[in-house]
Design a protein around this ligand. Structure first.
Ligand SMILES: Nc1ncnc2c1ncn2[C@@H]1O[C@H](COP(=O)(O)OP(=O)(O)OP(=O)(O)O)[C@@H](O)[C@H]1O
Ligand SMILES: [Mg+2]
Length: 482
């Protein structure tokens, strides 16, 4: 039972395939018009054949009616020549000829069955009253009924009626032959169409198989070669998109490798320093207490540095996680900035750097306080770190009805033009030796940017080397969850 169900399921899947769809469409597009046309041909033949036969029989009946009048048949119905002519005509039409006089009495019947009887039918009455003939095709019983009045040429009076029924069985026979031939033709055509639709669908879907094969062959590792399937514009577009995707994955792969090597390098540096410091203490014969202290202070600094790098890495990984929930709360941004500036002022004072907070209005916004503080803190920290002695820092705050903007400007060393595009990259530092002296890891701005993006905001920088730098952060007042 289960296997039957699975087979059925597989069959259903096959119905969804493009190839199956093409076969069905192509086949139907060919066969349906053919069936309609053949039906129309038969119908057309039938109408024409009936019409020709009717005209012919009506003409013959009229000629006969004229003769009946001219030879005074109603006075002498035993006219052998006319009677035998009528027999002949009835034979030709495989039918029957009946003649009634003006009292509806049958005076001649080629079947010799109803002589002397009265025959009243609607057609006959109409024939007498209007003096015009009529013809009716009875498709079911396969004959044509013709009614022709026999009028006296001199008086114009209707003397009697000529009633002819002509069989149309012959038309049906021809129709059957025609149908049989058409059916054979349709069957042959269906076979040919099926074969053709198999072939065409194969041709049309072949590139998709090649695409699947090409994509499967990529598996792992991003080869340099670009895959090209130029069969159709569409397949080319798919492959272009695929190649682009592969290119992006390659860049991601490379940046991941670079990141891992950067992390290892950064983590190793303080360890190496500690090892050198410790080794030199161990290898020295006599070391004064003072030197010990000095070395131990250096070792403690390196431990702090290691600790900072690990903490930075942890915050960055947290911010990077797409699933990381943001805890947006309604926050007094003015108070938040005041608080973080209070924490940073002692460090700025050491360098004689003055921090000014210029707020244009009171701003309340929905932000994750921890993550947002981290972002702005990094910016102000940088403004202190990369400032000149006795420089200044201006922190600005403004808002419109949708966004609030924070600017952090400094009178520092500035960022060279070719570095501006890279400062948000992880571990990127403009001047590695100098930055090391200052004590950076190059993760601060990467963390800031992730945090601002998590708040659906944007960050940009403008800087003039030697003059100073301005970072501008723009964040929606209301947090929009996606
Ligand atoms: N205000 C600024 N003025 C001049 N250069 C800056 C400024 N802010 C950042 N930079 C440059 O951009 C680099 C990257 O900054 P980022 O904050 O990411 O790292 P860092 O300050 O070196 O280290 P971390 O912040 O991780 O301790 C810095 O090393 C510095 O060269
Ligand atoms: Mg920094």
């Amino acid at each position: 039972m289960k296997t039957i169900f699975l087979v059925f399921l597989n069959k259903l899947k096959a119905l969804k395939s493009l190839r199956f769809l093409l076969i069905v469409l192509f086949f139907l597009a060919g066969i349906i018009p053919a069936i309609i046309i053949s039906e129309a041909v038969v119908e057309n033949y039938r109408t024409r054949a009936v019409s020709v036969r009717t005209t012919e029989a009506v003409d013959q009946s009229r000629i006969l009616a004229t003769r009946l009048d001219s030879e005074g048949y109603f006075l002498n119905p035993e006219n052998d020549s006319i009677n035998s002519e009528m027999d002949l005509l009835a034979g030709i039409y495989n039918g029957r000829i009946i003649i009634t006089d003006n009292r509806f009495v049958i005076i001649h019947d080629t079947y010799d069955l109803s002589n002397g009887r009265t025959m009243i039918s609607q057609e006959i009455i109409k024939c007498f009253s209007s003096g015009a003939g009529s013809s009716v095709y009875d498709q079911e019983n396969e004959y044509i009924e013709i009614c022709v009045p026999v009028s006296n040429i001199k008086t114009g009076e209707t003397e009697g009626v000529l009633f002819v029924s002509a069989a149309t069985g012959m038309i049906r026979d021809t129709e059957d032959v025609l149908n049989r031939k058409l059916n054979i033709m349709l069957f042959t055509m269906a076979l040919l169409l099926f074969a053709l639709s198999l072939f065409v669908s194969y041709l049309l879907t072949r590139p998709f198989k090649r695409i699947t094969a090409a994509i499967s062959s990529v598996k792992e590792g991003f080869g340099e070669a670009q895959i090209s399937i130029p069969d159709y514009t569409e397949t080319e577009a798919i492959m272009d998109a695929f190649n682009n995707l592969m290119g992006r994955l390659k860049i991601l792969d490379e940046s991941r490798d670079e990141f891992v090597s950067n992390v290892s390098h950064e983590l190793k540096t303080p360890l190496t320093s500690m090892k050198v410091l410790a080794d030199s203490l161990i290898s020295a014969d006599e070391v004064s207490n003072e030197t010990y202290r000095e070395f131990m202070i250096d070792i403690a600094e390196e431990v702090d540095r290691e600790d900072k790098i690990i903490n930075d890495l942890l915050s960055m990984v947290k911010m990077d996680k797409a699933t990381e929930e943001i805890n947006a709360e309604d926050t007094d941004i003015n108070a938040l900035i005041e608080l973080l500036l209070k924490r940073l002022r002692p460090i700025a004072d050491k360098k004689g750097v003055q921090i000014v907070f210029e707020s244009k209005r009171l701003v309340n916004a929905e932000v994750d306080r921890t993550k947002f503080t981290l972002a702005i803190m990094n910016l102000v920290e940088n403004a202190v770190k990369y400032n000149k002695e006795n420089g200044w820092i201006r922190v600005g705050l403004d808002s419109d009805h949708q966004f609030f903007t924070i600017t952090v400007s400094d009178s520092g060393i500035g960022i060279p033009e070719d570095s501006v595009d890279h400062i948000f990259e992880r571990f990127y530092r403009v001047d590695k030796s100098h930055s090391r002296e200052i004590g950076g890891t190059g993760l601060g701005l990467a963390i800031t940017r992730s945090s601002i993006l998590m708040h659906r905001g944007a960050i940009k920088v403008s800087s003039v080397e030697g003059e100073g730098t301005t970072f501008t952060v723009r964040v929606p007042l209301k947090y929009v969850a996606v």
